[in-house]
Design a binder for this molecule. Structure first.
Ligand code: BEZ
Length: 220
């Protein structure tokens, strides 16, 4: 049973995908990656999700992020289903979808729901993959883990928002407040002393010694 945590190195693996064989770490290369799973092909929520990721492909690219999906269905099913996704969403899915019929990779990443008792949510007596999301940085470190129930389609704008926050806080000594979106004020990292914060962010607004609002230039 996997118990991956933030900061762990994402387990490496070899797999077959709709874009051919994939060696995961090599495939990520120097990019960031969003590795997500969906329960099953030819299902309604999953169809809308795959369309949305295809629609946002430019947004992922702009941030240096590669998207890759996984499900327990086989390659033939993935390839047939992509045609539906493209038709229904008026998109062109170009990111790879991994076929994991034996749940080898799903097990490695803890993408199976141990509490899943709905008999319609199992294939061959074992559960579908759940809606997992892993954001992985270029050092292959896991930076975000989110798991959604099968009944709820993901908000991929939220995932882009977290990537924006992670990439900005890797560049600057800042953290981002609740409901932050790019362009809004950020917060000086709590580890900065008063002097360090003043040097790093001259003119910032101190609400409390531990809460210091910073307006960054738009190109920060
Ligand atoms: C769906 O994509 O609609 C779905 C898939 C598996 C279980 C529940 C919903």
């Amino acid at each position: 049973m996997s118990a991956l945590r933030l900061g762990n190195i994402a387990p490496d693996f070899e797999a077959m995908s709709t874009k051919g064989p994939i060696s995961f770490h090599k495939w990520i290369g120097d990019s960031w990656a969003v590795f997500f799973s969906h329960p099953c092909d030819f299902t309604p929520v999953c169809t809308t999700e795959l369309s949305e990721v295809a629609r946002l492909s430019g947004e992922f690219e702009r941030r240096g992020v590669k998207a890759i999906d996984l499900a327990v269905s086989d390659l033939e099913s993935h390839n047939k289903w992509i045609e539906d996704v493209n038709e229904i969403g008026n998109v062109d899915v170009q990111f790879p979808i991994i076929a994991d019929p034996d749940r080898r990779i799903a097990g490695l990443y803890g993408m199976l729901d141990s509490e899943e008792h709905d008999p319609t949510n199992v294939v061959d007596g074992i559960p579908f993959t759940v809606r997992s999301v892993f954001v992985i940085d270029p050092t292959k470190k896991i930076r975000l883990i989110i798991t959604y129930p099968a009944s709820c389609g993901r908000n991929f704008h939220e995932i882009l928002r977290v990537i924006d926050s992670l990439q900005l806080s890797d560049r600057k000594k800042i953290v981002t407040p609740a409901n932050w979106t790019p362009g809004k004020d950020v917060l000086a990292h709590v580890s900065l002393s008063k002097e360090e914060a003043e040097k790093e962010f001259p003119g910032h607004r101190e609400v409390k010694p531990y809460l210091r609002l910073v307006s960054l230039p738009t190109d920060a």
